[in-house]
Design a protein around this ligand. Structure first.
Ligand code: CUA
Length: 331
């Protein structure tokens, strides 16, 4: 019985060591789209550096504490204390205070370092229930759930929301910032490596909070210039009869009262669809955008993302296909 009791006691101490080791091993390898420990921008690098500094420092403190605990358990039968009260004052008060002050210094330094005032490019991101509207005010471009930026430029994200509070986060590029309905917040981020990054709403906003994500694409400067040029253009009226029919369905089935297609319809309740055919995802990062998933989303988005603002449609198969063809052609 005594052995079992001892074992239980020891295994509970060992459990926390194992958790720490696991945490460490989990983050060593592999590509993780949302890992802050694989930074891709200067701000994220500073945050990751601080994280490792904390992990290492507090890890050593933790292991030292466990070691003392083991020593104490081994020496508990002795009548005279092994270490005196001087040791308790130094190891229990002085050293922790010094460590905390030094860490505070580094935290303040990183926090100052990531609050940039410089900005080379301006993007507005507006949180809705439950998707992100993305605007490029200097270029008259409106997009949704997808942000395009050039690499190695400091981007000022002007963050706001409609109706409810959200929070904007691209883990590999930097920290989080709240999106409030009555006050715009600024967040400066830079991507150093071209590629696609995952972003998410990181403030509980009820309903479909867990399904409120976006993609951020960092382009090389040339690619980004091409993207800007193309996306400023309005859509032309299609000449193919099937696409013309789809466009007609778009107006008559009620899509146009919520969605904009620049050059054709004006509305700002749902996401802008001017370039829906080239968008990466549907339903705020929920589905890969393919002809099939687009068609399925139009038919019954409620089955894919319950309680989103888009009602179920009751289109005939021909109308649904023509509408999907038309939207898919908006590349
Ligand atoms: Cu929006 Cu959580």
């Amino acid at each position: 019985m005594h052995i079992i009791k001892e074992y239980k006691q020891w295994s509970s101490y060992l459990y926390s060591v194992k958790v720490l080791l696991l945490l460490f091993l989990c983050n060593c390898e592999g590509k993780r789209p949302r890992s802050i420990l694989q930074p891709a921008g200067p701000h994220a690098e500073q945050i990751a550096w601080l994280w490792w500094l904390m992990f290492d420092t507090y890890g050593v403190v933790y292991l030292a504490t466990l070691l003392l605990l083991v020593l104490a358990l081994l020496a508990r039968k002795r009548e005279k204390p092994v270490l005196g009260s001087r040791f308790v004052v130094i190891a229990g008060i002085v050293i922790p205070t010094v460590i905390l002050i030094v860490m505070l210094f580094f935290e303040l330094r990183v926090s100052r370092g990531i609050h940039s005032t410089r900005s080379d490019f301006h993007v507005q991101v507006i949180g809705h229930g439950w998707w992100f509207e993305v605007r490029y005010p200097d270029y008259n471009i409106v997009d949704a759930n997808e942000i395009h930026i050039p690499v190695n430029q400091m981007i000022r994200f002007e963050l706001s929301a409609r109706g409810m509070i959200h929070s904007f986060w691209v883990p590999k590029l930097g920290g989080k910032r709240d999106q409030l309905p009555d006050h715009a917040n600024n967040l400066h981020l830079m991507a150093s490596i071209p590629g696609m990054y995952h972003g998410t709403c990181t403030e509980y906003c009820a309903g479909q909070h867990a399904r409120m994500a976006f993609r951020l694409v960092a382009h090389t400067q040339d690619d980004f210039n091409r993207w800007l040029l193309r996306n400023q253009q309005l859509q032309e009226v299609p000449s193919q009869p099937r696409l013309m029919k789809g466009m007609q369905v778009f107006s008559t089935a009620g899509c146009a009262s919520c969605h904009s297609i620049r050059g054709f319809s004006q509305a700002d309740i749902g996401p802008d669809l001017t370039y829906i055919g080239s968008r990466l995802t549907l339903g705020a990062g929920q589905l890969e955008n393919t002809w099939g998933s687009l068609s399925g989303w139009i038919a019954n988005s409620q089955a894919l993302k319950p309680n989103n603002q888009m009602p179920r449609t009751y289109l005939s198969p021909e109308d649904l296909h023509a509408l999907t063809d038309y939207l898919w052609s908006l590349q």
